[in-house]
Design a protein around this ligand. Sequence first.
Ligand SMILES: [Zn+2]
Ligand SMILES: [Zn+2]
Length: 158
Amino acid sequence: MKAGHRGVNVIQRILRNHGLRATPQRLAVGGMVLSRPVHVTARAVWEALRKTHPAISMNTVYQTLGQFEAQGLLQRLEVGGVTVFDSNTTPHDHACCESCGAIEDVPAAGDTSGSCPRPPEEGASGWPAGWKLTGVRRVWLGLCPACRASGGEGAPPA
Ligand SMILES: [Zn+2]
Ligand SMILES: [Zn+2]
């Protein structure tokens, strides 16, 4: 029995519903990123899969994640210059720990009443001309609970 095979039927169904053939690579990558909410880099997925799929290449993992993104199964974020794939595709902001890099979903700022922040009108002063702005994604920087607890906040050691 291989670990990580639970939910393979679910992944197969998700792939089929999005017009993707359930190849072994897609099932392997999908099992890591589509079975639960995650924020992962292509490298982290590759390093985790390498143990059970020695033949899988970093390039295959990256391409597969891109195919999932193109089908709306993932969204891509840039956090601190790193590309992170997010399996939560609903609009939301992120909190990123400046100490360990942990990323967590947080509600979209200014969205407490259920209405999204409005983009400025086209040509509004101070905004570059010619752009049609449709939305904003924010990354809040801070310290995660684990790093705060371990003194990352600058607290003197006990
Ligand atoms: Zn942290
Ligand atoms: Zn997210």
